[in-house]
Design a protein around this ligand. Structure first.
Ligand code: BES
Ligand code: ZN
Length: 587
């Protein structure tokens, strides 16, 4: 017997789940889900079955006809949670577990009405990646075991449940309650199970696409995401038919800790995407690309996370290139490289986390999370493309997606396929060094373009007190501005103020720009930076914006107390994962 995955109790010789059926009542008052899960096995089985759980209260484990089964809960472990071992009698096809979740379930965030845009109704959402599905239901919580799923959510009648699955309609349950029904017919890794409950309204974007949001943001969301159908078509041209029927997007409350989450058929997206200028749709390109890289072909475990994220950043930039041209895609690559350099510095004392293939036993994936698998993975694939030539490389990509569709694979599977289809390329790229070595190889591709050079030159001159002229300034597009800001050296305080006057940075809606400018302000030591930081940190729970600002505040003695003060004000509104991140920064 061996573990299938360092982050799951699932054992290699044990029965395998084929299907999960959830029937859960959503209790906003108690902040628990209660009900049952039916786990159907691939074949009639016997003997022990080890399931992952975290903070669940198990009521009973039984056969589908209700005969009780013997089970035993292990001692809880910090990262893995608690093993639930069920003894299956001969020829068991399915088991039912009656249980309820904890108010602290790590996959769930329960929001009070005051924490929503509308302020009237509570809101609940799940975030299972990387290993939180086990706090929603007992299951084999490893991406190696793909499952089909059905769900019945009993919710207050004035709200609605949405699931990353096909909706099957609604039943009346009684006393002000309804049951929303769903089915996910394609086999998915458990980290892609996802749902939300709230006062949600749709806006159609196309035949196969809609955006859902709280009423008060729905119109803004529909405007920002107007281009989704075009994006779908471009993605299909690049990667083959979209396999999930619908592509809907759910705009989350501000506390959502990520930019986006690629839940199948229903991407979850941060409301900070709604910048009012469509400048952040690359996040949608990214989550949409996961429909191929990640959801169709999935990483087998988090040790191969780069297969999900590196491929998806690569695919995202191919989509952007097709939509907006090579210059625009190159600007995004430069932004990505900047973020990679920041992460490589952060992990200077833990270089093993800067490999593409990692060793994760005993490592909490939420703590190891960084942009390394994204941007180093991207550069590796770009290097492979460079050596292969675009046409052949694109044919290879299609073949890869086709070969491994609806499978969960390891880095070795990718490398074997690469050697088989493009012999010699892996050796010429020094793949081994990319995969198992730390940091970036010296021959890593470097984003380059005329525009990038110009922006870096503008930033250099600004550092010397020579600002861009008005004409240049008004013409700078959001992503150009971002590259410009990231390229700035430390500024004298008065230049920082002039720059703000010129570009109106602290008045922008885009948190992408505003948070980057806050970092510039804090480094310049300007007073205005303190309140600007506070505004960003209270407006969003997106970790991408929280991490750098708290880090910058905590780094210098003058602002360390301020960091604490802001965190105390904002803590309630952050997702538990984000709280852990901020607390580790504040020490
Ligand atoms: N799948 C990730 C989000 C994630 C990763 C959640 C690991 C939990 C654990 C998602 O696709 C993602 O990468 N989002 C990015 C988008 C960006 C790279 C465009 C984000 O949230 O910023
Ligand atoms: Zn991603």
């Amino acid at each position: 017997m061996a573990r299938l995955d360092p982050h799951s109790y699932a054992e290699s010789e044990q029965p395998v789940t084929e299907r999960i059926d959830l029937a859960l009542k959503v209790d906003f008052a108690q902040r628990v889900l209660s009900g049952e899960v039916l786990l159907t096995l691939r074949e009639p089985s016997a003997g022990p079955l080890d399931l992952d759980t975290r903070d669940l209260r198990i009521g009973a484990v039984e056969t589908p006809d209700g005969a009780p089964l013997r089970y035993e809960l292990g001692a809880p472990e910090r990262i893995l949670g608690t093993r639930l071992r069920v003894q299956l009698p001969p020829a068991t096809r399915a088991i039912r577990v009656r249980y309820s979740t904890s108010p602290q379930a790590s996959a769930l965030q329960w929001l009070a009405p005051s924490q929503t845009a509308g302020g009237q109704h509570p809101y609940l959402y799940s975030q299972c990646q990387p290993i939180h599905a086990r706090s929603l239901a007992p299951l084999q919580d490893t991406a190696r075991i793909r499952v089909r799923a059905g769900a019945r959510f009993t919710v207050p009648a004035h709200l609605r449940a949405l699931m990353a699955a096909a909706p099957l309609g609604r039943e009346v349950a009684g006393e002000g309650e309804v049951i929303d029904l769903f089915e996910m017919p394609q086999p998915i890794p458990p980290y892609l199970l996802a749902f939300a409950v709230g006062d949600l309204s749709p806006r159609q974007l196309s035949q196969r696409s809609a955006v859902w949001a709280e009423r008060s943001v729905a119109d803004a969301a529909a405007w920002e995401l107007d281009g989704v159908e075009t994006m779908l078509q471009v993605a299909e041209d690049l990667f083959g038919p979209y396999e999930w029927e619908r592509y809907d997007i759910l705009v989350m409350p501000p506390s959502f800790p990520f930019g986006g989450m690629e839940n199948p058929r229903l991407t979850f997206a941060t409301p900070s995407l709604l910048a009012g200028d469509r400048s952040l749709v690359n996040v949608i390109a990214h989550e949409l690309a996961h429909a191929w890289t990640g959801n169709l072909v999935s990483n087998a475990t988090l040790e191969h996370f780069w297969l999900n994220e590196g491929f998806t950043v690569y695919a995202e930039r191919r989509i952007l290139e097709a939509l907006e041209g090579a210059e625009a895609a190159e600007l995004h690559a430069a932004v990505g490289l900047h973020e990679l350099e920041v992460s490589l510095k952060r992990f200077a004392t833990r270089p093993e986390l800067t490999r593409l293939r990692t060793q994760m036993a005993g490592v909490d994936p939420d703590e190891a999370y960084s942009t390394v698998p994204y941007e180093k993975g991207y550069l590796f694939l770009r290097r492979l493309e460079e050596l292969t030539g675009r046409e052949r490389w694109d044919r290879f990509l299609r073949a890869y997606l086709d070969r491994f569709r609806f499978q969960s694979i390891a880095t070795e599977d990718f490398l074997r396929f690469l050697d088989e289809r493009l012999p010699g390329v892996s050796a010429r790229a020094g793949a081994q060094r990319w995969i198992d070595g730390p940091g970036l190889p010296p021959d890593a591709p470097r984003p380059q373009s005329r525009r990038l050079e110009e922006l870096r030159e503008l930033a250099r001159r600004t550092g010397q007190g020579v600002l861009p002229d008005e004409n240049t300034a008004v013409r700078m597009q959001p992503t150009e501005l971002l590259v410009f800001l990231q390229s700035l050296p430390e500024l004298p305080a008065e230049v920082c103020g002039q720059l703000d006057a010129l570009l109106g940075l602290s008045r922008r809606r885009s948190l992408e720009l505003r948070h980057t400018f806050v970092l510039v302000q804090l480094r310049a030591g300007v007073e205005a930076g303190r309140e600007a930081a506070r505004r960003v940190l209270r407006e969003t729970g997106r970790m991408k914006y929280l991490r750098p600002i708290y880090t910058e505040l905590a780094r210098r003695p003058q602002t360390r107390a301020l960091a604490r003060e802001i965190y105390d004000e904002a803590r309630e509104s952050y997702h538990p994962i984000a709280r852990t991140v901020v607390e580790s920064i504040l020490g």
